[in-house]
Design a protein around this ligand. Structure first.
Ligand SMILES: *Cc1c(COP(=O)(O)O)cnc(C)c1O
Length: 399
């Protein structure tokens, strides 16, 4: 019987517990495993280096770890994927995917905006792929015989722009599409169902959910997972089993956390829109983000991230960052607690001015990641911080 996603959050990756006679995921910290039977050891080594998900003997922790394998299993189930491969960070996951795509060509396409460091990595050419940034509606005409990959992020970081996954998949033809779905989580969106070949998550964010794990995952078909495991084993971009344990523990409350944080975000977005300091709230469903209508067809809810553009520009944004008391002024997102940060000054600092303008990232923009606190406590803190910004921006006129 196929369980609902809420049940899968709680029970996924725990299939071997009855056999093991345990109730919580065992943490296997072994770096090496005894090879008493050399024939079995050799066959296992060959299988794992070739990217098989498991073997009779794990051999060495860079090739396989059962604690990591369990959380991969759980996330694969949440994305409706055959497989999932976990890495030491979201950036390690993206790097492995780019490097693994290299045999299909040296060109790739990406639609901005994307996470600042992803933008930086793609632009750097470090992975051997020459990335061309295009609009979603230009993809079909920009695909070349040597295009190895198309990357999109939806909702996009930090503007919450939505990108039509199915349309991008159609435009890309036979070229694989990867969707960074970190903002949506598997609770609100399953990109593979729209034809994407890979879904990538910075598991550091909602999947871990408590601000204490750095991790990245890619969910995909088993045939596509093999080269990623080979890449991980070769480059050592591992997820440590202790981090895998915390990630697995965080997953069990994912549906609850996303539901509650989203409920808070919906309420805050409508109140923020009416605050005098706020020029615009970018939040799916408010008619302010690109392709807003996709919220209804591609997602199961708007999520818990929003961007605010303040009338007072950079100074007002800096005032809010300084004035918040309950909310933490910090980068990252998707934690149980609410975070606010300034994309132009922090996460998207690495973009040049033209790219930031093209992405709609203004000096007065703040990105808010709403947590699971009481919405009234959050509003009290936000509104006093915004009041301070309003007062600040009026000072020059008063003077
Ligand atoms: C944070 C983030 C990443 C990078 O993930 P790390 O775990 O920090 O390496 C990639 N994409 C998005 C959308 C992110 O928010």
């Amino acid at each position: 019987m196929k369980h609902t996603i809420d049940t899968r959050c709680v029970h996924g990756g725990r299939e071997d517990f009855a056999t093991l006679g345990v109730h919580a995921p065992p943490i296997d910290l072994s770096t090496t495993y005894p090879v008493a039977d050399l024939a079995v050891g050799t066959a296992s080594f060959d299988a794992l280096v070739a990217g098989e998900a498991s073997a009779a003997n794990p051999i060495y922790a860079r090739l396989h770890n059962p604690t990591v394998a369990r959380v991969e299993q759980a996330i694969a189930q949440l994305e409706g994927a055959e497989a999932c491969v976990a890495f030491g960070s979201g950036m390690a996951a993206l790097t492995a995917l780019l490097m693994a795509s290299r045999p299909s060509g040296s060109h790739m396409l990406a639609v901005r905006p994307i996470y600042g460091t992803s933008d930086h990595l793609l632009k750097s050419g470090l992975t051997g792929l020459d990335c061309e940034f295009v609009r979603a509606d230009e993809i079909a005409q920009r695909i070349r015989p040597d295009t190895a990959l198309v990357l999109i992020e939806t909702p996009a970081n930090p503007t919450l722009d939505l990108v039509d996954i199915a349309a991008v998949v159609r435009a890309a033809g036979t070229v694989p599409v990867v969707v960074d779905s970190s903002f949506a989580t598997p609770i609100l969106q399953n990109p593979l169902a729209f034809g994407a070949r890979y879904v990538l998550h910075s598991a550091t964010k909602f999947l871990g959910g408590h601000g204490d794990v750095i991790a990245g995952v890619i969910a995909c078909a088993e045939t596509d997972a093999k080269p990623l495991r080979t890449m991980r084993a070769a480059t050592g971009a591992l997820l440590h089993p202790l981090a895998a344990y915390l990630l697995h523990r965080g997953l069990s409350t994912l549906a609850l956390r996303v539901e509650r944080a989203q409920r808070n975000a919906i309420e805050l977005a409508s109140r923020l829109q009416r605050h005098a300091a706020v020029r615009c709230v970018y939040f799916p469903g408010h008619g302010t983000v690109r392709n807003d209508a996709l919220l209804k067809t591609q997602m199961r809810g708007p999520g818990a991230l929003m961007a605010l553009d303040l009338h007072g520009g950079h100074a007002a944004a800096a005032t809010v960052m300084r004035a918040v008391r309950l909310i933490t002024p910090a980068v990252s997102l998707g934690s149980v607690d609410t975070l606010i940060q300034h994309p132009a000054g922090l996460t998207h600092r690495v973009l040049d001015d033209a790219a930031r303008r093209e992405c709609g990232i203004t000096a007065g923009m703040l990105r808010l990641s709403v947590g699971i606190e009481s919405v009234e406590d959050l509003w009290a803190d936000l509104s006093q911080a915004l009041d301070a910004a309003t007062a600040g921006s009026r000072l020059p006129e008063a003077a």
